[in-house]
Design a protein around this ligand. Sequence first.
Ligand code: GTR
Length: 399
Amino acid sequence: MKRIFTLLAIVLASSALAQPLATKYGASPLELSSKKQWEKQVRPAVMEFFQQEVYGKVPPTQPKVSFRPLGEGEAFGGKVWRKEVEMTIGTTKALVLIYLPANHKGKVPVFLGMNFKGNHQIAPDPEITISPNAPKGKELGTDPERGAASSRWPVEMITEAGYGIVTLYRGDIDPDFDDGFQNGIHPHFYAEGQTKPYADEWGTIGAWAWSLSRVMDYLEKDKDIDHKHVAVIGHSRLGKTSLWAGAQDERFAIVISNDSGCGGAALSMRKHGETVEAINRNFPHWFCDNYNKYNDNEEALLVDQQGLIALIAPRPVYVASASLDDWADPEGEFLSALYASPIYKLYGKQGLSSKQQPAVGEVDAEGYVGYHLREGKHDINAWDWAHYIKFANKHFFGK
Ligand code: GTR
């Protein structure tokens, strides 16, 4: 392992624009001379780095994963078709909600992403089964919160554009608090005598990302789904998750990060907004234990977060920021998209089209790396989705 990291350090240091590692923006652009060099030397080392030092590896002991279709039916006055699937990982059960345009002909391209508070919050649809681990509403047992997150999931707009939505609740895979990894799916992966992940093994984000790949296993078999056209998407901590899922699993044909910030698209070495130390202190369960080595020590990172974006190349990737989301460092998110762009060039594909961060309300999504800076706060809304749909239309169908 040391050898491969040393090799990467040498390759990065000897590349045209990479000296010094810590630039004004605290990050080195990835400029390499050939696709072969990237694929054979650098990409494997960058992947190994993120696996071992940032998100953690998936342990070798793997539980059984199975899927069971639940009900189907109409939603949104007949415009949308709802399907539900139960995914079982070891003894952990998660519910996958699928919305498709009701009148679809043939297989449907989809956006796949996790949700924050339960499937029933994404739409005011009384038939959505409450995710097993969803927080209970104020009136226990009733559904006061159905549709509470519908501004984040414009179901009609997405399905009218010809896309489906596939989602599951993050807490069904791993609860989002530091429980010493006693709940959720981690214990199913422990070797004999093991009680928590080793220092280089996954935290919560790694588990969430892995579960998106398991949902993809299911989608490959569902006759309604165009599994060659699955865009993986996430907001904030779930945007960190979609990037990591997309970096590891090449079946995701487009990867979208909405306001993912620190540990997502934003460059860590800038130390602007949330820092590695702050994120590890506030969310000690998100990353692997090794990531703590970089608390107040970002310069020691072998490669900054542009390396994560580069792992997605040559597949299209979209990074989005919001103007009032200083904590997620919009400029740092833009710069990692910019610094990853040379890797796309190795494949003869244009990354970002300009070196300038777009102004508020502007979009740079002509190439294979898209970016926009939405006006407003940390969130995902219909404006963001309109641009993701446009990006998918272009890359999936040349429209
Ligand atoms: C914040 C956290 C961010 C981001 C966000 C979210 O508290 O500092 O890294 O992930 O939560 O997920 O909404």
